[in-house]
Design a protein around this ligand. Structure first.
Ligand code: ACO
Length: 402
């Protein structure tokens, strides 16, 4: 590892590293990834163990505070989160300002950003207590905001949180209950939802987390930083891949059309990529995808939809890509987004809700990374350099002479 700051201090030296493929932007104690081994640890704990034995709110505590909670600490944390699940009635007006067919991600970027115009008592980043309240508020309110964005987009009344339900069950309730009929939360579906939250909770310095850190490095308030993260996550190369993946599976439609799409993915003149395949860091397999695949099998079996056409396309695509020389040689394996969309679709979520669900799950990772950065004695404003390739210095030419 080269500490480029020392070199830079000696003269005008800097690295040119498009996509930051080999630049560490910070030190962190939160999440560890070994891309070759396909290993993902939150605070040292393997993701597979957390997905099996823990649950999302416990994982939130772990990410935020560094250790698994005792029973009393967990109870207190759950109580604090539950206390904040409502959004202020006046905030409903923010939603109403959007077109009814707005994408829920657009609504979320706007509403979460607008929280800084609302919760003034948790925007002073120099106050540790305010930082803590902001973190709890976001973990508690993001499911409510995501569910409201969904309800608004389908023209249904907002459903208030029901705090007797667990975090995932409450989210399903807020999305699927209607005044005429309360949604009965199936524990298997709520466990699957919770697992989706857990698997997405953090992933070290990915694009959206780096965006949150970059925004935070300027001293922006936490709500503004998380809104920036949500905006970055939306892109199809990142969190937007889950929506793009299911839409691609539907577009392929039937198994016999797969070869056409495989050929397109290999064609360098065609911008098409197989969505849900490949990862910047995992070059063996994505450990989250393994757990997600098992969860998908469970949910599909429960709902009795193991045999639909989209699923057949997904399974065949996965089989072909895992054997195909192009995908094998470039180490392109199904990533977490390949399977999450299948589960969410089976649960009844429209594709537009896939990325908002990713966003609400990742909020704890973003806020944990942001909090860690606030304690960093070496914190500097993030300010990458550039390699200028434009015109050399030249004199202004009067308009009549051009
Ligand atoms: N389909 C076809 N070819 C691909 C794919 C794909 N999904 N992904 C990468 N490749 C090819 C590239 O064309 C490139 O080929 P080349 O060496 O001949 O030029 C090579 O594999 C390396 O690709 P890069 O884009 O350089 O890899 P990078 O690490 O920058 O990108 C990324 C990773 C963005 C995830 C990419 O694999 C991709 O676009 N995948 C599809 C989108 C997706 O599923 N994103 C979700 C990521 S996981 C997450 O955010 C939770």
């Amino acid at each position: 590892v080269i500490d480029i700051r020392k070199l830079y201090a000696q003269g005008d030296v800097f690295t040119y590293d498009p996509g930051f493929t080999s630049t560490a932007s910070c030190t962190s104690t939160i999440t560890y990834i070994d891309g070759d081994k396909g290993e993902l640890l939150y605070r040292g704990y393997p993701i597979e163990q957390l997905a099996e034995k823990s649950h999302y709110l416990e994982v939130c505590y772990l990410l935020l505070y560094g250790e698994l909670p005792t029973a009393a600490q967990l109870e207190d944390f759950e109580h604090r989160v539950t206390n904040h699940t409502m959004v202020h009635e006046q905030m409903h007006n923010f939603f109403r300002g959007f077109r009814r067919d707005a994408h829920p991600m657009a609504t979320m970027v706007g509403v979460v950003g607008a929280m800084s115009a609302f919760y003034h008592d948790s925007t002073d980043i120099s106050d540790p207590w305010q930082r803590e309240v902001a973190a709890i508020r976001m973990i508690a309110k993001l499911p409510t905001i995501a569910a409201m964005a969904y309800k608004y987009s389908v023209g249904q009344p907002f459903v208030y949180p029901k705090n007797s339900l667990d975090y995932a069950g409450n989210f399903l309730h807020m999305c699927f209950s209607v005044p005429a009929e309360e949604y009965i939360v199936n524990p298997i579906l709520s466990k699957a939802m919770d697992r989706i939250f857990t698997l997405h909770a953090d992933h070290e310095q990915n694009a959206s987390t780096s965006t949150v850190r970059l925004a935070g490095s300027s001293g922006a308030n936490p709500f503004a930083c998380i809104a920036a993260g949500i905006a970055c996550l939306w892109g199809p190369a990142h969190g937007g891949a889950n929506q793009a993946c299911l839409e691609m599976l539907r577009e392929i439609g039937t198994v016999d059309r797969i070869p056409e799409y495989i050929a397109r993915a290999k064609d360098k003149d065609d911008p098409f990529r197989l969505m849900g395949f490949g990862h910047r860091v995992y070059k063996n397999f994505d450990p989250r995808a393994k757990v997600m695949k098992e969860s998908a099998d469970e949910v599909l079996e429960l709902l009795g939809i193991e045999d639909n056409e989209t699923l057949k396309v997904a399974k065949e695509l996965e089989r072909i890509a895992l054997e195909d020389e192009y995908f094998v040689s470039k180490k392109l394996y199904p990533n977490v987004d390949f399977y999450s969309g299948i589960i969410l679709d089976a649960m009844g979520f429209p594709t537009a809700m896939f990325t908002p669900i990713f966003a609400l799950s990742r909020t704890v990772g973003w806020i944990s990374q942001w909090k860690e950065m606030m304690f960093d004695p070496e914190l500097k404003i993030g300010r990458p350099r550039q390699l200028y390739t434009g015109a050399p210095a030249r004199g202004y030419i009067e308009v009549e002479d051009r």
